[in-house]
Design a binder for this molecule. Structure first.
Ligand SMILES: [Mg+2]
Length: 156
């Protein structure tokens, strides 16, 4: 079983930021079809801010909840677009879902992810099918829960 500690969570923010940077222009182009073409910029800015904020936390005194709440605050401060409060809410909900845990097992990680998806949906008041990021988050959260129930681990 894969276990996620704060070091790995911080590494995830590095990896996500790299992915957002790599796909920044594509995300902006997709957003531009029906929006203001800034989603890639917002995602790169937000995740870079979160990455930098969690990188300097002390692993010895930081648990996943502190790390995710730190990510929420820094993401919100960095992103003026609507994705700022949406992702900040996601991280705060994820933080609450794993409160009191020093490390996350597969079920914890899925609970965190599903809480994040629910947070985005609640904050944005969106339902699936309305051409929002919920169209990606909701099926992903469902799939993660189904994979866990089927006995699949995070690593495979
Ligand atoms: Mg936009």
């Amino acid at each position: 079983m894969t276990t996620i500690d704060t070091t790995r969570l911080a590494a995830m923010f590095v990896a996500i930021t790299d992915a957002m940077s790599a796909d920044r222009d594509r995300l902006c182009a997709l957003d531009g079809v029906i929006g203001d073409a800034d989603h890639g910029i917002a995602m790169e800015l937000g995740f870079a801010a979160a990455r930098d904020a969690v990188a300097v936390l002390d692993d010895g005194t930081t648990d996943p909840t502190i790390l995710l709440n730190t990510a929420a605050k820094s993401f919100l401060n960095a992103v003026g677009a609507s994705s700022g409060p949406l992702y900040a809410t996601a991280f705060m909900r994820g933080a609450a879902a794993v409160k009191g845990k020093a490390t996350l097992d597969d079920a914890d990680a899925v609970a965190m992810f599903q809480a994040m998806a629910r947070g985005i949906q609640d904050r944005g008041k969106a339902e699936p099918g309305e051409k929002t990021m919920i169209d990606a988050w909701a099926p992903a959260a469902t799939a993660a829960g189904e994979a866990l129930a089927a006995g699949k681990g995070l690593a495979g």
